[in-house]
Design a binder for this molecule. Structure first.
Ligand code: FAD
Length: 633
């Protein structure tokens, strides 16, 4: 095969969202020659779309907040399935990561006293989300990009070139990871503009590719989120955990059809918005589950008093964790109390004056006016659940973000464990800063400790390129499969059969249908055109990943016979303490997805003591509690 463009780095970071940028900044700051690769334009990642804010227990608005409260909220939100060490690191380090962003130039909204302002969000006991109106992700990305540029300027002054130590490859899709034996050796990818392939040699690879939402029909996710990082990790020999847990955000737009799924930020509820059925009834009071009853108001009077006196009243049930609110909305619609377009009403107009709405929720105002001709300062929004976030991802060591494959690291949404069975809003932006930094450190330490750089086998690169180009050569056009049709079929299967409410028979059917689609995927052909910017070809490559990841979601979901967080089964509607400590892992064996069970490491006793025994009894088995009590004596 002809020579292909080749580059050598110490660390390559796949993904330029918050996790990838923070990892790259760290790796470069530690002297590593680093490349950042991203599928879309530099700056266009999910992180930039984040609206509500970054969760960090800084205690600026309520001094009662500290890392322990944040840790407790995160564990409760994840129904105690979280990797507790990740949740601990996250809660203790996120304030530092937010303050650090200020040193990079971030301009947060302020309290009247001049501190970083923090807003309420579902599942967080105190106002905790540092924010910039409802455009927090934009500021986060702007700031991290500015830091990248400043490092490049330093390199230019010291090494003579902006790209000597840190280069961005934008509109560049990674198709395969490369190994030398069992350890990382680099990656193969192509420029989307011209279809030319590139070989990147590096001993350490950080995956920061975000989520998988495009495998579902109704989603807040944009086109890039086809689970590439999850699939790359699987094919490289790493394990995915918690893939059955997919978050359906309670409030996506439901009308008009062309915008169905687009996110309506939780800040609307955090800032006072309430949910009503078609008859105007505030229904969330009917849906406070037993485990949360002590902390949530049971009537509108107390709920409303909470906004001005949070210390002496319980929280409104609209601020329950997302899984609870999404199920409640789903049920209202199912029982015929929904809005004309199959959602419910979210009302902020009756709760805040126009100027406050315009100040706090400018993007939401613009979004509804432009897309639905609804003025949220005077009208209610129609909303319903939308696939938003995947809790499952690459199994990593909490401290270093290292996967089981030497040299492969993962951070941000592509990593699993931190959020357990359900993520709290705002905990992703903090997650990606905390673990992005840790992944950069982990990768740099790994490279520094190597005695020998890995070598890339050119034949493997040739094979990878040939496989990616094969869809141009599918000869029998009558039997050829169209990627757009196949993607749509897959999305329908996942939405219908592995969606917000699941059932064993439906998931068996989903697995059968995915297997059938998988067999046809071998005949996927590029619909037309050549390698120059060809969306049909790009989608063929994406569908491979979507299929693999969807199979993991469906297979793990079928195996977990309980309901917990982002996994709700009609046929197993209760949470089962015997499942709490069991994680499901997905790996590839001879090309097929294999699901296996593993035990969680028991939570450290000092962390267990942050919870009351009464609360722990709701989640843990009697045997687990007895072990902890013996250990603490
Ligand atoms: P992303 O920011 O998703 O970036 C992934 C990167 O990987 C991109 O650069 C992409 O191009 C690249 N990539 C993917 N595949 C490949 C490939 N094959 N080759 C090369 N590059 C690749 N969370 C909060 O905490 N607070 C919020 O307020 C909030 N609001 C949200 C609003 C919306 C509309 C959405 C969709 C999400 C929101 N979230 C929020 C979730 C949060 O934004 C994401 O979980 C988070 O940004 C993920 O960050 P990341 O760095 O892991 O990946």
């Amino acid at each position: 095969m002809a020579e292909i463009e080749t580059h050598e780095y110490d660390v390559i970071v796949i993904g330029a969202g918050g996790a990838g940028l923070r990892a790259a900044i760290e790796a470069r700051s530690r002297g590593m020659r680093t490349a950042i690769l991203c599928k879309s334009l530099f700056g266009k990642a999910h992180t930039v779309m984040a609206e509500g804010g970054i969760a960090a227990a800084m205690g600026n608005v309520n001094s009662g907040d500290d890392w322990r409260v944040h840790f407790r909220d995160t564990m409760r939100g994840g129904k105690f399935l979280n990797n507790w060490r990740m949740a601990e690191l996250h809660a203790t380090e996120s304030p530092q990561r937010v303050w650090e962003l200020e040193t990079y130039g971030a301009l947060f909204d302020r309290t009247p006293e001049g501190r970083i302002s923090q807003r309420n969000f579902g599942g967080h006991e105190y106002p905790r989300l540092a924010h910039v109106g409802d455009r927090t992700g934009l500021e986060l990305i702007r700031t991290l990009q500015q830091k990248v540029v400043s490092l490049q300027q330093r390199d230019r002054a010291e090494l003579g070139s902006y790209e000597a130590g840190l280069r961005v490859f934008a509109e560049f899709t990674v198709t395969d990871l490369l190994r030398d034996g069992d350890r990382m050796a680099g990656a193969v990818g192509y420029w989307r503009e011209n279809g030319r392939f590139v070989r990147l040699e590096a001993p350490a690879v950080v995956l920061a590719t975000g989520g998988i939402g495009k495998s579902f029909k109704v989603t807040s996710n944009s086109w890039e989120y086809t689970g590439d990082g999850h699939a790359l990790a699987l094919r490289a020999g790493a394990r995915l955990i918690n893939m059955e847990f997919v978050q359906f955000h309670p409030t996506g737009m439901v009308w008009p059809p062309s915008v169905k799924g687009i996110l309506v930020t939780e800040s609307v509820r955090g800032d006072g918005g309430v949910l009503r059925d078609a008859a105007g009834r505030r229904f969330m009071f009917d849906y406070v589950p037993e485990v949360f009853k002590a902390s949530y108001a049971d009537g509108p009077e107390e709920a409303d008093r909470w906004y001005s006196d949070p210390d002496n009243n319980r929280r409104p049930p609209e601020l329950l964790p997302r899984d609870e609110v999404a199920r409640a909305i789903n049920n209202e619609v199912k029982e015929g109390r929904g809005s004309p377009h199959g959602g419910v009403y979210l009302d902020v107009a009756g709760r805040l004056p126009t100027e406050e709405i315009m100040r706090r929720l400018p993007s939401m105002h613009h979004q509804f006016k432009e897309l639905a001709d609804v003025d949220i300062t005077s009208q209610s929004m129609e909303v319903g659940p939308t696939c938003h976030y995947v809790m499952g991802g690459v199994e990593v060591d909490p401290d270093s973000a290292a996967s089981a494959v030497p040299g492969l690291f993962a951070a941000g949404e592509v990593a699993g464990g931190m959020h357990g069975s359900n993520r709290l809003g705002g905990n992703s932006l903090s997650d990606l800063l905390v673990f992005g930094k840790r992944a950069g450190t982990g990768a740099a330490d790994y490279v520094s400790g190597l005695e020998r750089r890995p070598e890339v086998d050119p034949a493997v690169v040739d094979e990878s390129v040939a496989a990616a180009l094969a869809p141009f050569e599918v000869a029998d056009t009558r039997g050829a499969e169209n990627p757009y049709t196949m993607q749509s079929e897959l999305q329908q299967v996942m939405n219908r059969l592995v969606g917000i409410i699941r059932d064993g028979e439906e998931m068996c059917s989903a697995l059968e249908q995915l297997a059938e689609i998988g067999q046809r995927a071998g005949r996927l052909a590029v619909p037309e055109g050549n390698r120059q910017f060809n969306p049909g070809w790009h989608l063929v490559l994406d569908v491979r990943n979507m299929l693999l990841v969807s199979e993991c979601v469906a297979a793990a979901a079928l195996r977990r016979t309980e309901s917990r967080g982002g996994h709700t089964r009609d046929d197993h509607p209760r949470m089962d303490p015997n499942w709490r400590s069991r994680l499901l892992g997905c790996a590839l064996r001879d090309g097929a997805v294999e699901v296996s069970e593993q035990e969680q490491e028991p939570m450290r006793a000092d962390l267990m003591r942050l919870f009351s025994r009464e609360e722990l009894e709701k989640y843990f088995t009697a045997e687990e509690l007895a072990v902890v009590e013996t250990a603490s004596r």
